[in-house]
Design a protein around this ligand. Sequence first.
Ligand code: PML
Length: 256
Amino acid sequence: MRASKQAWNKIPGSSHLEKGNKIHISGAEGICEDADISKMGRILIDRALSHSRGTPDKIIVTIEKISERPVSALLLPLRTFECSSPEDAWSFIATQLSRLGVSSRALRSSLRVLKSNKTMRGAALISALSGRRMEPDRMRGVRVSRLGIDTESEKKLARRLSRLHINNLTVKEALILASKVASCNDIVAEVCFSDDPDYTTGYLASRSSGYLRTTNVKHQGEMHGGRVFFVNEKSDTEKIIAWLEKKPVIAVFSNE
Ligand code: PML
């Protein structure tokens, strides 16, 4: 589902308005059985209509049959780090990313995306070494699609998140997405700040660190946010994008 709203700008010196940019309001993905298509469609439309970024004037729901058998990805282990301010949160995230081999140039490049008010529909691909943007369409970015969780793992996840008082759709969906992203071999790490003005917890995720939630990545009411994936410099960008956008992946708990 994608929900957006057309912005209108005042023409200087006149009382007329002209079309501005399309503002991204919200987006969501899922994989379900045939029998649950209507239910999922309703959930997604309700989501689009009740987002704190505003009321959309366009909602697109795309339903596609998946013929390829999904592969499994392990759900990343989750921890929350309480940070006192956006500066404190960024210092924590930057330290973790440096340990994972992300250069300071790449860190600076990612901040430009995460702090921009022109939010992208998808994620930015950034070379972990040079900081170069790698995705072909920088306005759109890369959308992570075709992802879900198996029923047993979903129940187990709900129990775990309930114990932590964070059993909500935002956390569940972000964790499933981060688990798919981390299962892509050429992605070193992901950072996400929500573009929801009421949601100030972000995260850093990678195969080795797990899913590290970080509080206060921005101040309440701020509209900026986004997702960045740090990738190996020499990786095949087309292959990464094909995995993220097209490969059906189901998140599962490890058998511990
Ligand atoms: C989003 O708005 O989709 C991103 C949410 C990021 C943080 C989720 C969490 O609290 O773990």
